[in-house]
Each structure stands twice: as structure tokens, then as C-alpha cells.
Ligand binder design. Structure first.
Ligand code: FE2
Length: 378
């Protein structure tokens, strides 16, 4: 409910019944009008372009009706009502953090010591609340395990089906992670792998990875996940200039390990939004290419920051580790959480299948579930 509404020609100022005040510009209100000539009633998409709004748009009246805001715009002489709740949800006249390297609302960074979020295969298939909790864990922590699944090959594709779509790449719809003779990728050996994000040489990178265990009787081969956002926060706090270098200059990544493939990208190791929020981490020693976008005078400092970020990532205090059993899998947000593998021996066998999928689909499924059942949302 609104308590008061005042206006001049270019700004409407409202006070909500909570006591909060907020200003809205005439151009913003007109652009966001909710009437059926401005927004298609069926799909909610906007029917007008920016050019359809008169350049001399102004407010001639702003009144409260039934607790909501009714505005008349000139020169169109168009009257539109904005529900108070809708306005409250879209306030932009407020203090906001502009701290560089902050994480988005709803994200919790972590290090060793947290319990790996986990859900049960049968539960997420049968119980929407369990599925919602599992997806929400991926959104909040950047990873989650799924236990108790089948041990048939290609079961990982059913994991992706729960929230979205597999992203097929040159590695196929999915790939086998087990020791190969003449491997096309070091992942397909028994070597340990430093914590990394996958495929930073793609643009855009695959935003989710699913790793699904079918056999794991070998010695070692534990999985380790590291929160890249926590690592970035630590670097920012310990060495703000180094953080700014890794965020401020593109790195280069490349993969040309098989015939007909030459993937290249030019993206930073730490990616920020234009207003300083952490957007993504790219970190992969195997596919890092020569850095040629860092000024000569900054290169040594850039390398020092890269080394420091690597030391933070390698710190055992950062990683959450677990050994997947057959029928267990995990999802990582590949824009945030790095994964590593301990080396494993030739005795016994280790067979995982991996595939990529996309986070927008997962977040869409989660948001749609929350819209359908808002009481389930946190
Ligand atoms: Fe990987």
C-alpha cells in the first residue's frame, strides 16, 4: 500500500506504508507501464520500443487509488496504474553496495568445513520440494551432490533433464572420464588435476558441469571442489592491486588437442560486472595460453597475482572433498566453483561420465518453481 504520492513533471515520489520513500522517473514509469498496449497480456513482453515514448514525456498527475499509484503521462494523456507491490519490488532509488568483488544476493561463499549439499536421486524425481532444494543449493553454493542414482551409462543425461538441457560440444553430448591410451585431454588419465574450471577456451563457457560416477574402486581419485568466488574475495582482501589486474586484463585460453579443433578465448580470470559484482572465474593451467593483453609494465605483477590466486585455490583449507560412489554425481557452477581430482592408481577402476549444461536453464526452472509455489522460496 502507498501512503503518499507527490510529483513534478519528471519525477514521482511515493511513500510506502512501511515508511520507505522512493522516487521514480517519468521515463522509467512510462517504459514500464503495465497496461495492455504497452505489455502483451499473454506473455508479458513489451509491445513498444524506446522510440515510441515521446522524448518530452512528463507526468501531469500522480494519485493513489486503492493503495496503488495511478499516473497520467503527457503528451500522450495516457493514464496507467502501478500496483504498490510491483513498485516496491522494483525500487531503484536506494543505497546499494558498489564494493568491487562483492557476490550477488543469494550467493554464499564457503571453504572446507561446510557439509557438501546433497540430494537423493529418488527424492528429486518424486518430490518437487526436494528438487527445489537441490537446485537452490547449486544456485547458492555453486555445487551439489546427487546420491542414490542408477549405475547405468548415460544416467548423467537424466540429471540434466531434471532442470534443462545438455550443452553438446566437440567432446560430444557427454564424455568419458577414465584412463585412456593416447588421451586427447589430460582429464582422461590417472593424473591428479589442479582445481580448475572447465573449458575456459570456450566463449561462452559451459556454465554447469555434471560429473557422474559409474565405477570408483581405484585408490585415490577423490573429487575436490573449491569456491572460486571465495578465492577471489581472499585475493581482493590480501592484494587489491593484484585482484584488479586479474579482473582488469583479459587472459587467453586455448585448446587444440584434437584434429579440426582450435578453440580460443580472450577473457579475464576474474570477471566482474560493470558495477563490480563477481560474475565468473576462469582458472585452468592446462588450457592457459600466452597472455598478450597485459601491458609490459604490469606483467610481473599480473603473474604475481596469478600465482597468489593459485596458492589460495590450492590451499587445503579451501577445498571440500568427497569420493563419489557408483550412482553418485555432482553438479558444479562452472563459472564459479573449481573442481580437482586426486591422482589415482591403476589398481581397480575409475569411470566417470561428464557433460555440460547451462545455469540459465537451472535458474529458470528454480525461479518458475518458486513462482508456482512462492511459500517454498527462501
Ligand atoms: Fe574438469
Amino acid at each position: 500500500m502507498l501512503r503518499t504520492a507527490n510529483h513534478d513533471t519528471s519525477v514521482v515520489t511515493v511513500e510506502f506504508d512501511t515508511g520507505t520513500q522512493a522516487r521514480f522517473h517519468a521515463i522509467w514509469l512510462r517504459d514500464n507501464a503495465l497496461d495492455p498496449e504497452t505489455r502483451a497480456p499473454g506473455n508479458g513482453q513489451r509491445l513498444i520500443t524506446i522510440s515510441d515514448i515521446p522524448v518530452d514525456i512528463s507526468v501531469s498527475s500522480a494519485e493513489i487509488s486503492n493503495g496503488d499509484l495511478t499516473v497520467t503521462f503527457q503528451p500522450e494523456d495516457k493514464t496507467v496504474t502501478f500496483p504498490a507491490d510491483w513498485l516496491a519490488d522494483h525500487v531503484y532509488d536506494c543505497a546499494r553496495s558498489l564494493e568491487t568483488g562483492r557476490v550477488a544476493h543469494g550467493i554464499t561463499t564457503w571453504e572446507r568445513g561446510i557439509e557438501a549439499p546433497s540430494a537423493d536421486w529418488g527424492e528429486v524425481h518424486a518430490n518437487p520440494a526436494a528438487k527445489r532444494g537441490w537446485l537452490a543449493a547449486v544456485a547458492k553454493f555453486g555445487f551439489a551432490k546427487l546420491t542414490g542414482g542408477p549405475t547405468e551409462p548415460e544416467s548423467l543425461l537424466k540429471v540434466a533433464d531434471l532442470f534443462g538441457y545438455v550443452r553438446e560440444t566437440n567432446y560430444g553430448p557427454y564424455f568419458e572420464v577414465r584412463t585412456e591410451v593416447n588421451p586427447t585431454n589430460l582429464a582422461y588419465t590417472g593424473l591428479g588435476l589442479q582445481a580448475h574450471t572447465d573449458n575456459p577456451y570456450r566463449d561462452p563457457v559451459p556454465t554447469l558441469q555434471i560429473l557422474y560416477c559409474l565405477e570408483n574402486s581405484a585408490e585415490g581419485g577423490d573429487s575436490i571442489v573449491v569456491d572460486g568466488f571465495r578465492a577471489a574475495e581472499k585475493l581482493r582482501d590480501q592484494n587489491p592491486e593484484g585482484f584488479a589486474l586479474l579482473a582488469g586484463y583479459p587472459a587467453r585460453f586455448e585448446y587444440k588437442g584434437s584434429d579440426g579443433i582450435c578453440l580460443r578465448s580472450r577473457r579475464p580470470m576474474i570477471e566482474l560486472s560493470p558495477d563490480g559484482e563477481l560474475v565468473g572465474i576462469r582458472f585452468n593451467n592446462r588450457s592457459s595460453a600466452p597472455f598478450v593483453d597485459v601491458p609490459f609494465d604490469q606483467m610481473e605483477a599480473y603473474y604475481a597475482a596469478y600465482r597468489q590466486l593459485g596458492e589460495i585455490i590450492d590451499d587445503p583449507a579451501m577445498g571440500v572433498s568427497f569420493k563419489l560412489e557408483p550412482g553418485e554425481s555432482f553438479i558444479v557452477d562452472n563459472t564459479r566453483v573449481l573442481h580437482a581430482r586426486l591422482g589415482y592408481s591403476g589398481a581397480g577402476s575409475r569411470w566417470l561420465q561428464g557433460c555440460y549444461a547451462d545455469k540459465d536453464g537451472l535458474l529458470s526452472t528454480l525461479a518458475a518453481m518458486d513462482m508456482a509455489q512462492p511459500e517454498a522460496a527462501e
